[in-house]
Design a protein around this ligand. Structure first.
Ligand code: FAD
Ligand code: NAD
Length: 367
């Protein structure tokens, strides 16, 4: 049954059905929505529980069951976008006929506000760890074969570790590898790897523990969260990115998406604030991209440079922003994304309002 009150407030309620062949069981979710894609559904089979969470606007539609028979580890997920249908194809362990799909577990067949679903985790294996700057590393985690999960552009996940008996959870924003042309990882298991750029704080609670993990160890990864929407890119002409330190991480996928998927895009400019030259993440990759793609420019601003630095200096300021935020046409459609330490982001938003940019033209990344 679907909760009537919630269904009335939110989108019209999805439903599901299932059918089988000798070797396969297909679960079909009818979302009754058009803008559904492979990012919209997260599927896990772990500890005898099968769970599929479909994100529909600010709601989640959950299938959660104990299956009646055993299935193989891997499964496939397909989306028929124009009719909003999701198909999850499970492989039976034995070719017997199933009389029923299984028994319902918590929240099964319910449409509930996304904020009420709680964080759902699966254990991911550390595959590699590579230094990027003196204190920032690129971590590669592998999803289990029994999970389908893609982190949408502009969203983050929570990583969880048990540290001296206590569960510690912190948010991190996955990056894509598009800036790393020399990338060596196997591309065999598409979408199975999640990459993170993480700064290790020696006195921090979580990051030193993460840094101490060995290849093959496990970290729990949550479902994606965040309020950035791809629709903010609609008909965009100028994209400005203001990043400070690891506040660069959400900009990586945004940059990739914008340069590949926004047809009318004229200009993408990144202003990247760091303390010193040594702190700049992927500097040469960004410079190469600016050389290769004429729509993209990058400017580095340092708050604690050496005397040799002849680029821009200081914290975010009216002078830096007014010079940087030039529209390519008088009335071009712009979006400004901002992310970094809280005082940086707050100060940046104030300055952007002073420069007469509207709320809709600014997206700030926060927890
Ligand atoms: P903490 O224990 O939080 O300490 C951090 C630093 O502050 C240390 O130097 C510590 O000594 C100091 N400190 C702690 N408490 C105090 C205090 N009371 N007074 C003064 N100093 C103090 N980070 C990334 O590297 N990559 C990402 O992709 C990323 N994505 C994020 C996404 C979101 C949505 C958010 C909100 C944050 C993100 N972060 C990211 C930051 C990340 O979540 C952690 O905050 C960061 O890794 C620090 O965690 P920690 O437990 O190691 O350090
Ligand atoms: P950092 O200390 O190396 O500082 C980088 C730059 O930020 C500085 O050079 C300066 O230009 C600016 N800055 C720092 N303090 C400032 C202040 N008080 N006022 C104005 N500008 C200031 O940065 P870091 O250690 O890499 O920290 C990155 C921050 O970004 C963390 O706080 C992290 O939580 C945050 N972050 C947030 C998200 C998100 O919300 N989605 C994602 C990634 C990182």
């Amino acid at each position: 049954q679907v909760s009537d009150t919630l269904a009335k407030e939110g989108p019209s309620s999805p439903s599901y059905d299932w059918f089988q062949t000798d070797s396969l069981v297909t679960i079909v979710i009818y979302t009754k929505q058009k803008d559904i894609n492979l990012d919209s559904v997260i599927v896990d089979h772990q500890d005898d529980s099968f769970r599929a969470e479909t994100i529909i606007k600010d709601y989640s539609y959950i299938i959660h069951m104990g299956l009646s028979h055993e299935i193989q580890e891997d499964f496939s997920v397909r989306v028929v976008e124009n009719v909003g249908k999701i198909e999850i194809v499970l492989k039976k362990k034995e070719n017997t006929s199933w009389k029923r799909l299984g028994h319902p577990l918590e929240n099964h067949n319910l449409l509930i506000p996304k904020k009420d679903t709680g964080l759902y985790y699966r254990k991911c294996q550390l595959i590699s760890k590579e230094g990027v700057t003196h204190d920032t590393k690129l971590f590669c985690l592998m999803l289990p074969p029994s999970t389908h999960l893609q982190v949408p552009v502009g969203q983050h996940v929570y990583l969880k570790l048990t540290i001296t008996g206590t569960e510690i959870v912190k948010p991190y924003t996955p990056v894509s590898d598009f800036l790393l042309s020399e990338f060596k990882e196997p591309v065999l298991l598409n979408n199975k790897y999640i990459y993170f750029l993480i700064k290790i704080y020696p006195a921090g609670l979580f990051t030193p523990e993460l840094d101490h993990l060995h290849i093959g160890d496990f970290v729990s990864v949550s479902n994606p969260e965040g309020n950035f929407k791809i629709s903010q890119f609609r008909e965009l002409e100028d994209l400005f990115l203001l990043a400070a330190g690891t506040g660069f991480t959400p900009m990586v996928k945004i940059l990739n998406y914008a340069l590949t998927n926004i047809p009318g895009l004229r200009k993408v400019k990144l202003m990247f604030f760091n303390k010193t030259e040594d702190d700049i993440i992927w500097r040469s990759q960004l410079e190469k991209l600016a050389f290769k793609d004429k729509r993209f420019d990058v400017e580095f601003v340092l708050s604690a440079p050496t005397s040799e630095w002849n680029g821009k200096r200081g914290y975010i300021s009216p002078a830096l922003l007014s010079q940087f935020l030039k529209r390519s046409l008088d009335n071009s459609r712009v979006l400004i994304c901002i992310c970094g330490p809280t005082p940086f982001t707050e100060q940046g938003i104030r300055l952007l309002h002073d420069l007469n940019f509207s709320k809709d033209e600014i997206h700030s990344f926060t927890a």
